[in-house]
Each structure stands twice: as structure tokens, then as C-alpha cells.
Write a protein of this length. Structure first.
Length: 130
């Protein structure tokens, strides 16, 4: 059995992105977005994504619509929809997200957004073959 005290696990991680678990159909990832940081505008053509916010405050931009987010909020991003999540507060914006199917390399840890972007661009952050 895989078990996570997800809020505590996410809060303890200072990494921009850390893959906690990868299954055949879904993937669990925790993220910490620093103040004035963002995930970056993106679209996942093959992946639905559900994001749950643990601490901090920010802004969700999904399909051109903006909304404030904070602890307890959940945002659903269907495959093919452009989105971004920005930290506009003074503290880290901490969240966990579930991708279906997996979107990142199993066990991937990226300390910063720059490191995450470089891994994606180089092809090192590819999900396992299904």
C-alpha cells in the first residue's frame, strides 16, 4: 500500500516538482512555487490534471479564465486546455497534482522551474511507456 500524509509531505518539500508515485494510469506529484513564481503557461494534450492547493495563495489561469486559489481549493484542467498557476503571495504556493496518464519521469525531482524546464527540453523528463 502506498500512503502519504499528502499535506505534510508537500509542505516539507522545497522542490519545484517531485514525483511521489507513478501508476499505469495516473501520477501523483507535489509542487512548491516560490513567491513571484509560476508553473508556466502550458497545455497537456494527453493528460487530465487535478491540482489541490495545500498552502499559500496564488492565481489559476485556465482556458483564459483567472481565479484566486488557496488552501483547500481544487482546480481541474482537462487535456488540451491551456493553463498556468502563479504565486502572487509572500509565501510558497504548495500543491499536489494528479496527472492521468502520467506526465513526468517516475521518481523525478526538480529543485527549480529552470531545472524542470531543462529536463523536459532535453527529453530526460518523459513518462514511462504505457
Amino acid at each position: 500500500m502506498e500512503h502519504f500524509d499528502i499535506a505534510t509531505t508537500a509542505e516539507k518539500s522545497a522542490d519545484f516538482r517531485r514525483v511521489l508515485w507513478t501508476g499505469e494510469h495516473t501520477q501523483l506529484v507535489i509542487m512548491t512555487i516560490p513567491p513571484d513564481g509560476e508553473i508556466g503557461e502550458e497545455t497537456h494534450d494527453e493528460n487530465d490534471q487535478i491540482l489541490s492547493f495545500v498552502s499559500g495563495v496564488g492565481k489559476a489561469v485556465v482556458a483564459g479564465e483567472s481565479r484566486a486559489v488557496g488552501p483547500g481549493d481544487v482546480v481541474v484542467v482537462p487535456a488540451g486546455v491551456q493553463h498556468n498557476f502563479l504565486n502572487d503571495g509572500p509565501n510558497p504556493l504548495v500543491l499536489y497534482t494528479v496527472y492521468g496518464p502520467p506526465d513526468h519521469a517516475d521518481g523525478a525531482v526538480h529543485r527549480t522551474k529552470e531545472e524542470a524546464d531543462a529536463a523536459e527540453e532535453s527529453g530526460q523528463d518523459q513518462p514511462p511507456p504505457s
